[in-house]
Design a protein around this ligand. Structure first.
Ligand code: HEM
Ligand code: MTE
Ligand code: MO
Length: 470
């Protein structure tokens, strides 16, 4: 960037707090992040690099190595590191290789958003081929490196008069083992579309950060009852993962006690997915499954369960996974006061035809296939598809499995064959879908109504644009 001044390392080192402004470097760029610190999605961690280089930190927090983050960083650029200092900056030291020594092999078909920690989703066309998503196609959302094997789960906290420390094989002998089919969706699913509308911060997920699987395990309510935990004593149940950040802070999340203690909510300590022991990326040997909730509460590599009067103190519970409206001011408003997201609202998306694809030349109809789902155990009543900008809608055929009122945890697949309007020949066709759940909630028509700073819960009406040959 020739238009910007050269800045000496000594000057940068003098800018490490609010009084002087906070500067940092990445490669040979100098950035003023003073105003960005409060809204940084990774919270105050950014200050570890104040007055210095982020390169070494980003070895570990490699989620930053995406075009999306680089673009946001460039907006903060104020200069170039003076060539003499740049020559002396040690390259990144590779300190992360030890932290990432437990990463498993992954299916090459997955589209990778971040290699370290690993975040990937399948091509959405493949998602609708199976009602039960094959494990190798199931999206992976890791905030941190995959940990070394966790060997047991402990239960402690308020009201626990029988402390528990058990391995998976002990769980199997002590409690009833059940299998529950439920979809799991990341709260960031479809974020890329929201970002296209107006920039948001976070991984650029397409529409396949969702999957539907059979989970086998024991009921959390049984385990809590065994430990002596009773409703009324606690408000929340906290789950701690075996994965931790560069400073040793583990992944953690919590759910309301009323959900955790209710056997009808089917909250599981799961050790199998689709009839096989859990894969490493999905939380082996044991993870929490909270049907109808966003993925972030379903803690993988489960190590500790704590009965508590308050929500988890973790970054992911207190500062992330919250709907932050436009008007929220990061410097003055308190993010911990904002309600954490638990249940997912009603969602649907078209997987076939794929956005941007071309239809077959000799067809006069288009087959539209996709998924729909709603959180909180609400089922799907119907999915409609439109090929004329929403003027008329056609009901799709649904594939679903009956699970009982209020416990419709699995997703619903849909398909419909629609006639291609003749005036679309040789041009573009927009295909839209919208679902209605059993509480008669429907999807918002446009993104503007639900846009939020972190790009979460994007469930506005989905649209794909395809090319129609002559
Ligand atoms: C997350 C930007 C520096 C630690 C993020 C995200 C962005 C971002 C956009 C969201 C990423 C996503 O979810 O896709 C920046 C910028 C920086 C910076 C522009 C400028 C210098 C740092 C530093 C650290 C750090 C120095 C650590 C020492 C984190 C962490 C997260 C994060 C822990 C959360 C990751 C997660 O949700 O799993 N940052 N960051 N960041 N950042 Fe930074
Ligand atoms: N549990 C731990 N320990 N660490 C994590 O990073 N990610 C959460 C959740 N559980 C996470 C975790 C998020 S945000 C989601 S969407 C789901 O796991 C994804 O589960 P999957 O990777 O099995 O698809
Ligand atoms: Mo997530």
């Amino acid at each position: 960037r020739d238009d910007l001044p050269d800045i000496r390392r000594k000057d940068i080192e003098r800018h490490k707090d609010a009084s002087t402004g906070v500067w940092m470097t990445y490669r040979d760029g100098v950035y003023d992040v003073t105003d960005f610190v409060a809204e940084h999605p990774g919270n105050k961690k950014i200050l570890l690099a104040a007055g210095g280089a982020v390169d070494g930190f980003w070895d570990f927090y490699a989620i930053h190595h995406t075009p999306h983050v680089y673009r946001q960083l460039e907006e903060l650029r104020i200069g170039n590191l003076h060539p003499e200092d740049a020559a002396q900056t040690p390259a990144s030291n590779g300190s992360s290789s030890k932290a990432f020594s437990h990463e498993p092999r992954r299916a090459p078909v997955l589209q990778v958003h971040s290699a370290r920690p690993f975040n990937a989703e399948p091509p959405s066309e493949l998602l609708v081929d199976d009602f039960i998503t094959p494990t190798t196609l199931f999206f992976v959302r890791n905030h941190l490196p995959v940990p070394a094997m966790v060997d047991s789960v402990t239960v402690d906290g308020v009201g626990v008069h029988r402390p528990v420390n058990m391995s998976v094989s002990e769980m199997k002998t002590r409690f009833e083992v059940i299998t529950v089919t439920t979809a799991m969706q990341c709260a960031g699913n479809r974020r890329r579309e929201m970002d296209d509308f107006r920039s948001v911060k976070g991984l650029q997920w397409g529409s396949a950060a969702i999957g539907n699987a059979e989970w086998t395990g024991v009921r959390l309510s049984d385990v809590l009852a065994y430990a002596g935990v009773r409703e009324g004593d606690i408000e929340h149940v906290i789950f701690q993962g075996g994965d931790s950040d560069a400073e040793g802070t583990p992944y953690e999340a919590s759910i309301p006690a009323a959900i955790a203690l209710d056997p009808h909510r089917d909250v599981l300590l799961a050790f199998e997915m689709n009839g096989e022991p859990l894969a490493e990326d999905h939380g082996a040997p044991c993870r929490v499954i909270v049907p109808g909730f966003i993925g972030a509460r379903q803690v993988k590599w489960l190590r500790r369960i704590t009965a508590s009067r308050a929500v988890s103190e973790s970054h992911w519970q207190r500062a992330d996974y919250k709907i932050v409206p436009d008007s929220f001011n990061w410097a003055h408003d308190d993010i911990s006061e904002v309600m954490p997201i638990y249940e997912y609202p009603v969602q649907s998306a078209i997987c076939e035809p794929a956005n941007g694809s071309s239809l077959d030349a000799d067809e006069d109809t288009v087959v539209v296939r996709g998924y729909s789902w709603s959180g909180g155990g609400r089922g799907i009543l119907g999915v409609d598809v439109s090929v004329d900008e929403g003027v008329t809608w056609r009901a799709a055929r649904l594939t679903q499995t009956p699970q009982g009122v209020g416990r419709q945890w699995a997703w619903t697949l849909f398909d419909v064959e629609a006639a291609i309007p003749s005036d679309r020949r040789g041009g573009r066709l927009d295909v839209m879908c919208r679902a209605v759940d059993t509480a008669h909630n429907s999807q918002p028509g446009d993104i503007a109504a639900i846009w939020n700073q972190r790009g979460l819960l994007h469930n506005a009406c989905h649209r794909v644009t395809v090319h129609v040959p002559e």
